[in-house]
Design a protein around this ligand. Structure first.
Ligand SMILES: *Cc1c(COP(=O)(O)O)cnc(C)c1O
Length: 229
């Protein structure tokens, strides 16, 4: 199957999941293109992917220089170190993975320097895993309030990466929890103006859509299995 065929089949599955959930609002497909080259990214763009998301700053910069992302919005979805913020602010239209207040403040600082507004999502560590970054659920509201005060930050929603599933549908309760948090914070802090709830990957995007995600991040189901070196 080609990248274009994979995207088409994922779109169909997304539409079926949305229909089953009685949803008619748009749901965006972000291609998680880590470890796939510029040619693969261009194929996904040509096939109408809504955005491409990268995990590593170094890889993003290299592929950016090759024109890999031309024609589609570029997102940053991976763990972000504070000392690398400067290199991506202004290049990416959305950072999904703001995982600490220090990182938020650094994005504000760099966006101010460049005279632009950076759109961000706050990452929620919904499984409470040591190995994952993100705010604990009880910390998200305070972080959202801080984000709302920062002049060069546009706080647009939440993102989560739940634990790796061992059986199908295992993450559905986590997705529902993050949806509730998204609605709750949207009401309390943003007059219901939050835009994006980013959750769901190759193995569980249909469950994420059932729970209310409007942005899914799909890698291997589009690009094939990744070959770690
Ligand atoms: C790699 C990655 C994905 C996509 O994972 P797949 O299981 O390959 O679909 C989604 N989100 C993040 C943050 C990722 O790093």
């Amino acid at each position: 199957m080609s990248i274009a065929e994979n995207i088409q089949s994922i779109r169909q599955r997304m539409a079926a999941a949305a229909q089953a959930a009685g949803r008619e609002d748009p749901i965006l497909l972000v291609g998680a293109s880590k470890m796939n080259d510029a040619a693969a990214c261009r194929e996904a763009v040509a096939a109408g992917i809504d955005a491409l998301g990268e995990n590593r700053v170094q890889e993003l910069l290299g592929k950016y220089a090759e024109g890999a992302y031309e024609g589609a919005p570029l997102h940053f979805i991976g763990h972000l170190q504070r000392n690398k913020v400067r290199q991506i602010v202004g290049k990416v239209s959305l950072i999904h993975s703001v995982s600490s207040l220090e990182l938020l403040e650094e994005i504000q600082r760099q966006a101010e320097k460049q005279g632009l507004t950076q759109a961000v999502l706050l990452e929620v560590n919904i499984g409470g895993e040591e190995s994952k970054s993100g705010f604990a659920p009880e910390e998200v509201e305070a972080a959202a309030r801080r984000a709302a005060q920062l002049p060069n930050i546009s706080m647009e929603g939440l993102m989560t990466i739940p634990p790796i599933q061992t059986v199908p549908h295992e993450n559905l309760p986590y997705f529902r929890d993050v949806y509730r948090l998204y609605i709750d914070i949207g009401e309390k802090v943003f007059h219901n103006k939050l835009k994006y709830l980013s959750m769901g990957m190759s193995d569980d995007f249909e469950d994420a859509i059932a729970a209310g995600a409007n942005m899914v991040r799909v890698g291997s189901a589009i690009f094939g299995a990744r070959h770690y070196i």
